[in-house]
Design a protein around this ligand. Structure first.
Ligand code: N2P
Length: 366
């Protein structure tokens, strides 16, 4: 009898431990998002409401996220790839289909955007649009004028791709995104070629364009420029629209006389759409759905846009976005500007490898 109880007790406590562990897992959600891409109180609010604790890590390039996802067992329950990378990752079975029954706030999403995004995710089966934006030029108005005069071509990629201009900016500091798949298309477009050109000669020319100006580029990084622009440590950065607006806000708050501006060059610029998706091997699938549904709430999404200054994919949130942001063409481009924007396209693995190799050469300057 004693033995029976002993065994039963042991079994019961083991069961208890297993159930406890399972319960603990349900109460923790591992999220991997872009840096500077959420409001400061979003996670707190989610945890207060659901009791789910969020372990939150950040990255600043699709390349970094993709390396983790392709290696498998990333440990993340929710990730945020850009749509052009996601298309390929869906085919590689990196994600699991979303359960719409757990996403009643789906109704708030922008229907036109959903249709457009079907290019990368047919049927919108695997992803929910989070935020989007353009890749353009952030600059310190006073320093650029001091270097190039009042007529500095801040509304053109000539500002950076013409050696005679960038050479004069070198002293005040110029940064570029560290992203072959976003930077090489900009050069290809500037040269009049398709942004996803597979033509070796055209790709070489794009590489040559960067190599020519390489000595004037201070550094390649995809998030550091926010604080450097705000502090006046650099005067020009190529980067993500909302990041430039965050730099502008930080500079204003610091009251040190730095004024940051953002321009979508007249030749056009690339746009990205960042998507919420659940890895196939996620441990807390229910929690991930709960978080996605929470993020699709208009007031939650609007609060994020109001802080990080990227437009979102949620129509119901638009009226709640601050009017100064909603009416700023650098954040919400006009239809005329929209026509000049291009979407970074799905990159076949071979082309992505070529671009990565080329980027390594560009960065090393040889
Ligand atoms: C956030 C960067 C925007 C994401 N800091 C670009 N896909």
């Amino acid at each position: 009898m004693m033995r029976f109880f002993g065994k039963t007790l042991l079994a019961l406590s083991l069961l208890g431990a297993i159930a406890g562990a399972a319960q603990a897992d349900d109460k923790v959600l591992h999220v991997y998002n872009w840096s500077d891409y959420i409001a400061s109180d979003t996670l707190e609010k989610f945890t207060a409401e659901t009791g789910i604790k969020v372990v939150y890590d950040v990255f600043d390039s699709n390349e970094t996220l993709e390396a983790k996802l392709l290696a498998g067992q990333s440990g993340y329950d929710l990730v945020v790839p850009s749509n052009n990378f996601m298309a390929k990752q869906i085919k590689a079975k990196v994600y699991q289909p979303l359960d719409r029954a757990q996403l009643p706030n789906w109704k708030n999403l922008n229907k036109n955007l959903l249709k457009t995004l079907e290019v990368s995710d047919p049927g919108n089966q695997f992803s929910v649009p989070y935020m989007w934006g353009s890749v353009g030029i952030g600059y310190n108005l006073a320093k650029v004028k001091a270097a190039l005069g009042d007529d500095a071509p801040v509304d053109s990629w000539d500002l950076l791709f013409k050696p005679e201009n960038i050479e004069k900016l070198k002293a005040c500091g110029v940064s570029f995104l560290d992203s072959p798949t976003e930077m090489l298309p900009i050069a290809l477009h500037y040269l009049g070629y398709p942004t996803d050109s597979k033509n070796a000669k055209e790709l070489k020319e794009a590489q040559a364009l960067f190599l020519k100006i390489r000595p004037s580029i201070s550094y390649f990084h995809s998030s550091k420029y926010i604080s450097d622009l705000a502090n006046g440590n650099i005067c020009v950065a190529v980067g993500y629209s909302g990041d430039m607006y965050q730099a502008k806000s930080r500079a204003k708050d610091a009251k040190a006389g730095v004024e940051v501006k953002y321009s979508i060059p007249q030749e056009g610029a690339g746009t990205f759409f960042d998507m919420l998706a659940i890895p196939a091997d996620a441990g807390n699938v229910e929690g991930a759905h709960a978080f996605i549904n929470f993020l699709m709430r208009p007031e939650i999404m609007a609060a994020i846009t109001n802080q990080v200054q990227f437009p979102n994919g949620n129509s119901a949130a638009t009226p709640l976005v601050d009017e100064v942001l909603r009416t700023d063409p650098g954040i919400y481009p006009s239809d005329a500007v929209m026509d000049k924007l291009y979407v970074f396209t799905d990159l076949p693995a071979g082309l992505q490898r070529t671009m990565t190799r080329s980027w390594t050469r560009i960065k090393s300057g040889r």
